[in-house]
Design a protein. Structure first.
Length: 313
């Protein structure tokens, strides 16, 4: 009887089983490896987070922007309103986790994330997301853009060991903002911030979501009494004429949500032509996706600086 073939078969089976066992042990070791933990204090609480987490879900475009600049890979993002400059995240390598207001909880749960990062639009579902995985809230304070911007970046730097990178970028941005503020503060001109939304117009002033234009960038408001509201103060063309701004910064919300009327079309009328801003060619259309959905990111903040610097040339 030839025992050679059965013996070889037995050896092959033993070797295969050993390799599988070793592989499983290695995987278990990787998964069970204890990482250094940090406590992150944020507006909605305190969260224990593992440093350099493996699976990351991000709802906040500003955070996504900053992580992209840091070279940190993420796994789940909101694709429905992705700003163009972050369009790589619409690729198949990234899972779609719902919308800014309606997370896909089932999808997120199936990803078994190590960290979820949210901002204002997801605040109401913080507890639900926290039940799935450690969740931190990073948002921009309208009354202190640079302060909250710096705090958010430092938080990310601590989690992902990017402190030196963050420090370098903050120094660069703070220097540029200071120079913009010096020039804008020296202008004898007043600014009106307007959002166009498919035919409707809203004005934003001091302490509004676009307060960075006044507080950090140093532009004087044309109307100091605009009521603070997340959706702005509804205005008419007559209001624009009466306010008569020297400079207008315009955000076209239709760029994000879609619409039949662009901001340029809406403002193309005889009343607007009566303003100093129109007559001096000082109406500037800001990068709406950044200003409306991604303010507070590293690249986004530089885009915002570039937008307002156009009024200083």
């Amino acid at each position: 009887m030839n025992f050679k073939k059965p013996l070889l078969l037995i050896i092959a089976i033993v070797l295969t089983a050993t390799m599988v066992a070793c592989s499983n042990t290695a995987n278990d070791t990787d998964k069970g490896e204890k990482k250094e933990m940090v406590t992150i204090e944020h507006q909605l609480g305190k969260t224990q987070v593992a440093k350099n987490p493996d699976t990351i879900v991000v709802f906040d475009y500003a955070t996504l922007d900053s992580l992209n600049q840091m070279g940190v890979e993420v796994d789940g993002v909101v694709k429905s309103t992705m700003p163009e400059y972050l369009e790589k995240y619409n690729g198949e390598n990234y899972k779609d986790i719902g919308t800014l207001f309606e997370p896909d909880f089932e999808k997120i749960y199936s990803m078994d994330p190590d960290l979820i990062i949210i901002s204002g639009r997801q605040a109401e579902v913080y507890d639900d997301l926290e039940d799935i995985a450690p969740t931190i809230y990073l948002a921009i304070d309208n009354e202190d853009y640079l302060g909250s911007f710096s705090q958010n970046l430092n938080t990310l730097g601590e989690i992902f060991d990017k402190q030196d990178f963050v420090e370098e970028k903050l120094v660069e941005i703070e220097d540029v903002v200071s120079k913009v503020n010096d020039k804008a503060s020296a202008l004898d001109k007043e600014v009106l911030i307007v959002m166009a939304n498919d035919g409707a117009l809203s004005a934003y002033g001091v302490d509004s979501r676009f307060n960075v234009i006044h507080q950090e960038f140093g532009f004087d408001p044309a109307d100091k009494n605009i009521e603070v509201s997340n959706h702005g103060h509804n205005i008419s063309f007559e209001y624009i004429v009466e306010t008569n701004p020297d400079i207008m910064f315009v955000i076209d919300r239709a760029e994000i949500t879609g619409g039949s009327n662009t901001a340029a079309q809406i403002l193309d009328n005889e009343l607007v032509e009566m303003t100093s801003a129109y007559q001096s060619n000082d109406i500037y259309y800001l990068n709406a996706p950044v200003w409306y959905t991604a303010a507070g990111g590293l690249e986004g903040t530089n885009i915002m600086i570039k937008d307002v610097k156009a009024a200083l040339n």
